[in-house]
Design a protein around this ligand. Structure first.
Ligand SMILES: Cc1ncc(COP(=O)(O)O)c(C=O)c1O
Length: 390
């Protein structure tokens, strides 16, 4: 971060107030920067935990792996959902106990399983026989939970298809786990990220609950229901307050599953998104022709430097500029790289002030999740998203 404040990059007072916004307003930046507040993350942990009740939080590290955030969550008593050896090492390095870490990726390197096992991690995800075999070989006797595919079109960022086994293959997988000396410990699923309403969970829970009951009836002493993430962030569309949302999800689970010995929730986005904002710069405002109805607005941050979730225009961020309140017009919004895929919003253009000019600062709200962790190291020479943790 650059401590000097170029005049053109000074933000007007933001129309929303929190620690990250205040820091952005008070400082200058010479590259796109995510500013994120630890206190806000800690408060969100308390809010979600209050709603989740008996369910234990395992923060999905992939959403934002800033070491300071991991450390804050260790202090709060969070567990961690890790996707790789590197995420496990990160958590251990920030003081997490191995027993609080689950290796939640269903696609794991054999050597990473062996590392996790030697580090004391005992809980692993799987969705195939081959993965169970790998775990049995490199983490003998481990507890495993089997991830199920969910059919769900209700999330803004669905996670279907790539992960999970079909309902029909679950019984054989649980039996196979036993056969190779593992402990079938539970089931997991993910409703899809940014599931805006708690009621959207119901069809998914309706799919999973009979499988849970059938597996237990078949003699598998399942202890753990891992309900994944999906807890939403505010991007402009109405969402339920996090505590009420989490409580409603838990009520829906109780109604379908009855008493579950152990429930684990893995919020990523819902934990960190609203704790951070990106400060960026407008590089160019132009039109493709004199009668073009749309302006093209190019930012110094784009698809490859943190805004990957604009893919399919799925996640629609909110923008704040010093001209807000003035007349607006439709804009195609794009990133800075020489890659034509680096367009953020085109199908549904963004309304931005007509007064917007190159050099203006633009603040992108509620960007604490899936931005810094998606940023490329220097595609086209543009710097990766800088991160300031308050
Ligand atoms: C296994 C697992 N758990 C939790 C999460 C976090 O999901 P969300 O950010 O929607 O809370 C993800 C996201 O990809 C995931 O793959």
């Amino acid at each position: 971060m650059n401590a000097t404040i170029p005049g053109a990059l000074r933000a007007a007072a933001p129309v929303f107030a929190d620690a990250a916004a205040a820091f952005i307003a008070a400082n200058g930046f010479d590259k796109p920067t995510l500013v994120i507040s630890r206190d806000r993350v800690a408060a969100q942990y308390d809010t979600l935990q209050a709603g989740l009740g008996q369910a234990h939080i395992h923060y999905a590290v992939k959403a934002n792996p800033a070491p300071e955030i991991i450390r804050t969550l260790v202090k709060k008593g969070s567990g961690f959902d890790a996707a790789s050896r590197q995420e496990i090492e990160l958590c251990l390095g920030q003081g997490a106990k191995a027993s609080s870490i689950s290796f939640g990726n269903t696609i794991k390197r054999a050597s990473d399983i062996a590392f996790a096992h030697s580090a004391g991690v005992t809980l692993f995800a799987a969705d195939s026989e081959a993965e169970l075999d790998k775990i049995a070989k490199h983490a003998p006797g481990a507890r495993v939970y089997v991830r199920l595919i969910v059919e769900n079109a209700l999330a803004d960022w669905p996670l279907s298809r790539k992960f999970g086994c079909s309902a029909s293959s679950l019984p054989a997988l649980l039996d196979h786990a036993v056969a190779v000396g593992l402990q079938p410990y539970g089931l997991s699923f993910h409703v899809g990220s940014q599931t805006r309403e708690a009621a959207f969970w119901n069809p998914v829970l309706d799919q999973i609950a009979p499988l849970w009951h059938a597996a237990r009836a078949a003699g598998h002493d399942l202890q753990l229901l891992n309900i994944g993430g999906g807890f939403p962030a505010f991007y402009g569309q109405t969402i339920q307050a996090p505590r009420a949302y989490a409580a409603a999800v838990m009520g829906a689970i109780r109604a379908r599953f009855g008493d579950v010995p152990q429930i684990m929730a893995e919020p990523g986005r819902g934990m960190v998104a609203e704790a951070g904002h990106i400060v960026a710069e407008v590089m160019l405002v132009s039109r493709k022709s004199e009668d073009d109805l749309h302006r093209w607005v190019y930012l110094d941050v784009g698809r490859f430097s943190g805004l990957a979730e604009t893919e399919g225009e799925a996640i629609r961020y909110q923008f704040i500029t010093r001209h807000d309140g003035g007349e607006t017009g439709p804009c195609v919004l794009a990133g800075p790289s020489c890659d034509s895929a680096d367009i953020l919003y085109e199908k549904r253009p963004v309304q931005l002030p007509l007064a917007l000019r190159d050099g203006d600062r633009i603040v992108i709200r509620n960007c604490g999740a899936y931005t810094s962790s998606y940023s490329s190291i220097g595609f086209n020479g543009f710097p990766p998203l800088d991160v300031v943790v308050l």
